[in-house]
Structure formats: C-alpha cells, structure tokens
Design a protein around this ligand. Structure first.
Ligand SMILES: Cc1cc2nc3c(=O)[nH]c(=O)nc-3n(C[C@H](O)[C@H](O)[C@H](O)COP(=O)(O)OP(=O)(O)OC[C@H]3O[C@@H](n4cnc5c(N)ncnc54)[C@H](O)[C@@H]3O)c2cc1C
Length: 266
C-alpha cells in the first residue's frame, strides 16, 4: 500500500467512515480506510440496534458494522486496522503515518473519528454496557417500557435523555452531582413539570451492580454523605461526549471543544 496514492483516505471505521467509503468507492475513488486498532466504532459496544432502517427486527451492533465493512470492501475499499497518528498536510499528496509506522499517500482525507463518550468510570459500568448501561435514549428507550431507569447528568443532553425515556419507562431518576442543573431553562422547566421524573440532587453513582444486566446502582449523596442502593433496570450516562479530534488540533480549524466539519478536500 505504501507507494500507492489514494484518491481518499478515510480515518475512522464507525458508521460515518464506512458510509463515506461506500460512497467514495462507488464514485470510483480509490479509498483507504485507516480504521483504528479497535475498528467499528461505538456500535461495536452495543447489542441490538433497533433504529437502523431496513432491519425490522433489529440487528446486533457488531454484525451491522461487519456488514458495513464488507459492503465498503466489496466496492474496493482497502482497510488498515491501524490508528492514524501523524499527518503531513503541507505535502502534496498528503501523507498519513499509521501506528505501525506505514506512510499512506492520499489526495484527500475524510476525518470520521467520531466521539468518545464520557463514562462515569465506576465499577460495573464497562461490563454492563449494552446490558442496561446506555448512552442514547432515542436509540434504547423502547427497551425500557414500564421499567425504572436512571439518567446521570445535569446538562441539556441529560434532560433530553430523561424526557425521551419518560415516553416508555414507568419512572426516571435524574441524578446530578450538584444542586443545580446547567441545562437551559426551557429544558429544566420540561423536566420539573414531568411527573415521571424524580430528581436526585447531590447524587453520584459509585457502582453499577448486576450479573447479566443492570439490577441496582450504588449512589452517594455528597451533601448528606449517605450511600444507598437503588433498584433500576437501566442507567443512561449523559455527562458529555468529546470529539475524537485531538490529533487534528492545529491542522484543521475547530472550536475550543474540538468540533468542526472535519473534511479536508483539495
Ligand atoms: C453503547 C452504545 C449504543 C448505541 N446504540 C445506538 C443505537 O442503537 N442506535 C443509534 O442510532 N446509535 C447508537 N449509538 C450511537 C452510535 O454508535 C454513534 O452515533 C455512531 O457510532 C457514531 O458514528 P461515527 O462513525 O461518527 O463514530 P464512531 O462510532 O465513534 O467511530 C469512530 C471510529 O474512529 C476511530 N478512530 C478515532 N481516532 C482514530 C485515529 N486517529 N485513527 C484511526 N481511527 C480512529 C475510533 O476507534 C472509532 O472506531 C450507540 C452508542 C453507544 C456507545
């Protein structure tokens, strides 16, 4: 691959990258996907995806990603399961070094490195992702019909997650480690008016408990200094996302949070 000059190199291998690859290859652009050492993106972490059009019975996340990869490769995309680590954008063609030390030459680059969920990093969380630990209420709320769920966070996305969940769940605990939300007033008003939502202020999640799926969470009231266990069927972590764009700082314009329409064309 080293001496070849690709029409495009796509960095990342989540749904955005693989969709891009299907389009570039079908548009007859020679395409290299530098897909990361853990390829497939966030859907590799989940079980059933129910909202992808064309799969009325849903599809397992890793299977969906394997199909997307197969589809891109069928049209000629080449795939490197390596991280893109260094970029020479002043050269023509551009050069990208990967984590194995190979240099890839390309006329254009599509950056589709997605976002990193900010996790709570408490015991039990990682083990139960996709089995009660969730990050996307519009995706997963229907699994919690008549169930009890917790949402963690105090910003607009936590409010949105809690609101969406009330369409299905019988009860939603919205827990925030402070005694004030940073969400917009309009969002907060919606939350305060929703009878299914109980707000637990000054509350931190310390542990997520469950054998095969989430059964309970251990919470700590940092004002009263009390630890207790709360029975829930699911917990939605909504404490933020961070775009995975650090390697491109200084190379492309982005705001202070690392967001940008991340495409470079020549
Ligand atoms: C547990 C869970 C369940 C979800 N369930 C659903 C659902 O049911 N329905 C739904 O619509 N959405 C769901 N989502 C959200 C969905 O997964 C994301 O919206 C989607 O994956 C975003 O796709 P993306 O391609 O932009 O980025 P990502 O999926 O984040 O993929 C980015 C990829 O880029 C790679 N990468 C990053 N930096 C580099 C680099 N320097 N070099 C090479 N590769 C790099 C990463 O390793 C990663 O593989 C879920 C998310 C999670 C975490």
């Amino acid at each position: 691959m080293e001496n070849k000059i690709y029409d495009t190199a796509i960095i990342g291998s989540g749904p955005s990258a693989l969709t891009a690859a299907i389009y570039t290859t079908r548009g007859n652009a020679s395409t290299l996907i530098i897909g990361g050492e853990n390829w497939g993106g966030q859907l590799m972490l989940t079980t059933l995806v129910e909202n992808f059009p064309g799969f009325p019975d849903g599809i397992q996340g890793p299977e969906l990603m394997a199909n997307m990869r197969k589809q891109a490769e069928k049209f000629g995309a080449e795939f490197a399961e390596k991280n893109a680590v260094k970029f020479e954008l002043k050269k023509s063609p551009f050069e990208i070094a990967d984590s194995a030390g190979s240099i890839h030459k390309t006329k254009t680059i599509i950056i589709a490195t997605g976002a990193l969920t900010q996790w709570l990093n408490v015991p039990g969380e990682k083990e139960l992702i996709g089995r009660g630990v969730a990050t996307c209420a519009p995706c997963d709320a229907p699994f919690y019909r008549d169930k009890i769920v917790a949402v963690v966070g105090g910003g607009d996305s936590a409010m949105e997650e809690a609101n969406v969940l009330t369409k299905y769940a019988s009860k939603v605990y919205l827990m925030h480690r402070r005694d004030v939300f940073k969400a917009s007033k309009a969002m907060q008003d919606k939350i305060f008016a929703n009878p299914k939502i109980e707000i637990l202020w000054n509350t931190e999640v310390k542990r997520i408990i469950g054998e095969k799926k989430v059964e309970k969470i251990e919470i700590y009231n940092n004002k009263k200094e009390i630890i207790e266990k709360l029975q829930v069927d699911g917990i939605f972590v909504a404490i933020g996302h961070k775009p995975d764009s650090d390697p491109f700082k200084g190379l492309v314009e982005m705001d202070e949070n690392g967001f940008r329409h991340l495409s470079i064309f020549r």
